[in-house]
Write a protein that binds this ligand. Structure first.
Ligand code: AMP
Ligand code: GLY
Length: 406
């Protein structure tokens, strides 16, 4: 089977590594655009822009690709999956329309309401007067979300009403959602979906805030660990039955089958589990720890999802080992973009047993170091020892990833 992975971040690097680790020969994988570290493992196509439908479809045809795996949200929302499917290529990744589950928070709320999926109360607002009214209705802490994609910068959670209003003002033209504040631990649970049935992967916890002790602004994710030892028994089954399957059923009922990865961002409140967001793709950095533990053949699972055959065969198997990943961010992330600076020491970190480095962008979230061990303490020590070998002027990372489970 020849596989094309679309994207060029740490998540795509983790996908490529997991494909190879679980049995796909590296020569059967290409990645577009990829990045300089992915290029050390498989052939990359840096000339391709991931959102360019025609370029991606042409590349896939030239290389006789059997399965395309779309990593980031931008190509999904741009309709790259549709362009590939039109050429008869099996795709792991939802259509442009189905990707609206991530692309519009209002649409996601509509689907959840129709499917009776538990989520926070929310009001859709199109003027600042409506926003203010909704803020007063729900009270502090305030939660304001941009309706559309905002690269992790669309959400604010604050007790400062003026800050909430200022945030709303930035996005109001395209619509804003004001939501009740939900208190509890967050869990990311990924499901493979073939449009009809779903298959859960192993849960992970992401660290969204920029600095230690959950301080600072929201980010795309500064670290993660998997599995989650403190989850109540039956958690995965409950989310499958109450969240993932009804959502996929509702999407099918609307004629927009969801084929690909349904990322359920959940919060465990005192009133039960609730959805805070859906994404239509693998999460970053959770993928680095979830796929690190995968034992089943990833190519086979993704192909079964892409071709409506998820039920024909075994579920995903995971190692009982623990994985911890820590993200290195460039100076000023997520508020300002640092100039591109050289990163040193990646090879030295990768030379360690049970340490992997997944490379992302030159600025922003630059890379993630993944440690894997028998215990969380071991995995954490490895990830941080690996990180200590890496240097980037002005770069920073959190020091408390996985601490609560170690
Ligand atoms: P989202 O992009 O919707 O996942 O939001 C980003 C982050 O903001 C989440 O991971 C949560 O940490 C936080 N957040 C979002 N919605 C809520 C909410 N209703 N209550 C509390 N925190 C929230
Ligand atoms: N880590 C959160 C996300 O991928 O959206």
């Amino acid at each position: 089977m020849k596989i094309l992975v679309v994207g060029g971040g740490a998540r795509e690097h983790a996908i490529v590594k997991a494909l190879i680790r679980t049995g796909t020969p590296a020569e059967n994988i290409i990645c577009a655009p990829g990045n300089e570290l992915i290029a050390k493992e498989v052939t990359t196509h840096p000339e391709i822009v991931a959102t360019d439908k025609l370029a991606v479809a042409t590349l896939a045809l030239q290389h006789r690709i059997d399965l395309a795996v779309i990593g980031p949200e931008a190509p999904l929302v741009a309709g790259v999956s549709d362009a590939l499917r039109e050429q008869g290529i099996a795709v792991f990744g939802p259509s442009q329309q189905a990707a609206m589950l991530e692309g519009s928070k209002n649409f996601a709320k509509e689907v959840m309401a129709a499917a009776d999926v538990p989520t926070g109360m929310a009001r859709e607002c199109s003027s600042l007067e409506q926003v203010e009214d909704a803020l007063d209705q729900f009270g502090a802490p305030y939660v304001v979300k941009a309706d559309g994609l905002a690269a992790g910068k669309g959400v604010i959670v604050t007790s400062d009403k003026q800050a909430a209003l200022d945030h709303a003002a930035k996005f109001i033209e395209d619509g804003v959602l004001v939501e009740e504040f939900l208190d509890g631990q967050e869990v990311s649970l990924f499901f493979l979906s073939d449009g009809k049935s779903v298959m859960p992967l192993s849960p992970a916890q992401d660290y969204k805030r920029a600095y230690d002790n959950d301080e600072g602004p929201n980010t795309g994710g500064m670290g993660a660990y998997s599995p989650i030892p403190w989850l109540p028994e039956g958690f995965v089954e409950e989310v499958t039955e109450r969240v993932a399957q009804p959502t996929v059923n509702e999407m099918a009922r609307r004629g927009t089958e969801f084929v690909g990865l349904l990322y359920c961002g959940l919060i465990l409140t005192s009133r039960g589990v609730k959805v805070i967001e859906f994404n239509a793709r693998f999460g970053d950095p959770e993928t680095q720890v979830v796929l690190r533990r995968l034992q089943s053949n990833l190519a086979d699972l993704l192909m079964r999802s892409a071709t409506g055959k998820l039920e024909n065969g075994p579920g995903a198997e995971f190692s009982p080992r623990c994985a911890v990943t820590v993200v290195l961010a460039s100076e000023g992330y997520p508020v300002t973009n640092a100039p591109v600076r050289e990163v040193f020491g990646i090879e030295s970190a990768e030379a360690m047993d049970d340490v992997e480095v997944c490379k992302a962008s030159p600025t922003g979230r630059v890379l993630s170091v993944v440690g894997c061990g028998q215990t969380f303490q071991e995995a954490r020590t490895l990830a941080y020892e690996g990180m200590a070998r890496i240097s980037l002027e002005g770069g920073f990372y959190r020091h408390d990833i996985g601490l609560k489970v170690s």
